[in-house]
Design a protein around this ligand. Structure first.
Ligand code: HEC
Length: 151
């Protein structure tokens, strides 16, 4: 009976370890998938808002209810938007931006913010670029909170 119990508890701890390993493997493969495909990892919109201000996006771009063109185009609903398409900024977009043919997605925005002039050679946006993956994900999470016409 004693050896039976030992066997059972050994078996249950083996199962526990196996289950933990499976969870760990799943987490690793999800992260690797995100890195391999360039999908942004889930970011934190509040941290993204702070970055939008501290990185200077906010001094050139308006976002939120009633946002209009400023030094740069307004950014409401930017994910899914065709580049160079906001109505009140038409006369000021660079030719490069207008003819880029880009549709802003997590991938294209990540590349643009990382290095504007590499994705859109000749763009008017002067920004040194942000390469930190976590910060990029947070910034995108913040941008995503605004639909095309936020109330
Ligand atoms: C110094 C001012 C300035 C800063 C800082 C700046 N931008 Fe821009 N941004 C611009 C200008 C000007 C354009 C228009 C570029 C063009 O027409 O080539 C632009 C374009 C864009 C576009 C394309 C919009 C469209 O309608 O196609 C996005 C998206 C964008 N900026 C996001 C950001 C984000 C996010 C940040 C902060 C990380 C940022 N920008 C920082 C000035 C700025």
């Amino acid at each position: 009976m004693k050896s039976h119990q030992n066997h059972a508890s050994q078996l249950s701890s083996t199962l526990k370890v196996t289950a933990q390993l499976a969870v760990a493997l799943t987490i690793t493969s999800v992260n690797q998938y995100a890195i391999a495909t360039g999908d942004a990892m889930a970011g934190d919109p509040a941290a993204g808002k702070a970055l939008f201000n501290s990185l200077g996006c906010a001094s050139c771009h308006a976002i939120g209810p009633g946002a209009r063109a400023g030094f740069g185009p307004q950014l409401n609903g930017v994910i899914g938007r065709v580049a160079g398409s906001t109505v009140d900024y038409q006369s000021r977009y660079s030719a490069a931006m207008k003819k880029s043919g880009i549709v802003w997605s997590e991938q294209t925005l990540t590349k643009f913010i990382n290095s504007p002039n590499d994705l859109v050679p000749g763009t008017n946006m002067r920004f040194w670029g942000l390469s930190n993956e976590t910060k990029l994900a947070n910034l995108l999470a913040y941008l995503k909170t605004f639909p095309a016409n936020p109330k």
